[in-house]
Design a protein around this ligand. Sequence first.
Ligand code: 13P
Length: 251
Amino acid sequence: MTQRPYIVGNWKMNGMRAMLGEARAIDRAAERLIKAEVALAPPFTMIHAIRREAQLIGVGAQNCQPEDGLEHTGEISPAMVKDAGAGFVILGHCERRAHHHETDAMIKAKAEAALAVGLGVIVCVGETGEQRKAGQAEQAIAARLKGSLPGGDNAAEKLTVAYEPIWAVGSGRTPTPDEIGAVHRMIRSQLMETYGEGAAAVRILYGGSVNVENAAELLSADEVGGVLVGGASRSAESFLGIIAAAAERGS
Ligand code: 13P
């Protein structure tokens, strides 16, 4: 593996100023951070504060709204995300797809708008439990990916894809490394088809119930370039445990 594992914490709708200490502690674990690339995606309200405190880790947002000439009360544009200090944005998370009715086309438009201002993007895709049981997981993921991937000549350069099975998010259940490897290989071949050789460097993360105990095994699956962590990224202790497992693999 040529790249350092990429370990991203998605804090979702969690994070008050009192949690700045967790971000600081994660950022201070410099030795481990040399062997893994680490980032946090806090809520919008904490991006600026974490960026100011942290020196080594990346900071990103969890969503953005493309500018389309309309007024958007309550939304945040890619340029605003960047101005607050973020370097990337997570798009198409299954919670946004389910609870905020985001479609593949919306996610593609968001990704293109984010790339246009120089942000990196993490595009999330995953199957439902029913789709996996019915043997349709790869088909469902492929369709989501096809509709959500940003177009453009240089899109692959700042792109990361996260495979997050919907049934694994927050459930304590995970696919086996073999199942993850099969999905990641399919995602890689679709990326190559879409972007050509430039897609070889696109990182494909696994997300869904990653914790200190299972991180090493999940990171060992074929084509897994890192992990996208929800609940276990909110305390420095557990997130640093995951980072340590990744650093071990990256060394
Ligand atoms: P959990 O790690 O809490 O399952 O969440 C995964 C996730 O949604 C990360 O984006």
